[in-house]
Ligand binder design. Structure first.
Ligand code: GDP
Ligand code: MG
Length: 162
């Protein structure tokens, strides 16, 4: 089964998306060998295609106070383990240095990356997302992990590349 990792700096909404994706499946599986405790695994499906989802980050220190090196480690693990990566950023704060750092690591990898601009809760925030072109990916998806808007388009593209 294909593995999809959600990566990004703390507080962008990774776990919120993860919980939304796996809400139809209650089980959190940790059947993948070498699993570290700071990663949550779940199962999801879209358009009839099943895949595993990894929610990365934030668990090691039990808070949002995660060191940049820890995020880098999570991204490197995700690149090694996943078939596709959802790189999450968020529109409220815009691009941060940590986002740029993660983007650099992901661009060097050969894995397919979908850039997901989260917290676009209303149409008025769509324009604010334009700055994320500066991260150097061909395109991005805007979504609201809280209200679910935009997640369908992201998943359509995701299952195409799995
Ligand atoms: P993580 O650290 O990347 O896993 O982020 P979380 O999923 O824990 O979310 C961090 C904060 O952002 C929480 O307060 C969420 O409720 C909030 N959040 C997540 N998704 C959205 C969204 O789509 N819109 C808004 N406005 N807030 C969100
Ligand atoms: Mg989280």
């Amino acid at each position: 089964m294909s593995i999809v990792a959600i990566v990004g700096r703390p507080n962008v909404g990774k776990s919120t998306l993860f919980n939304r994706l796996i809400e139809r499946r209650e089980a959190i599986v940790d059947a993948v060998s070498g699993v570290t405790r700071d990663r949550h695994y779940g199962k999801s499906d879209w358009n009839g295609k099943e895949f595993s989802v990894i929610d990365t980050g934030g668990y090691v220190l039990g808070s949002d106070d995660v060191f940049e090196s820890e995020i880098d480690k999570q991204v490197e693990l995700a690149i090694g383990e996943a078939d596709a990566i959802i790189f999450m950023v968020e529109v409220e704060s815009g691009i941060t240095g940590m986002d740029q750092d993660v983007a650099k690591l992901l661009r060097k990898s050969r894995k397919p990356v979908l850039l997901a601009v989260n917290k676009v809760d209303s149409a008025s925030r769509t324009n604010d997302a334009l700055e994320f072109y500066n991260l150097g990916f061909d395109k991005y998806f805007t979504l609201s992990s809280i209200n679910g808007s935009g997640t369908g388009d992201l998943l359509d593209e995701l299952v195409k590349i799995l």
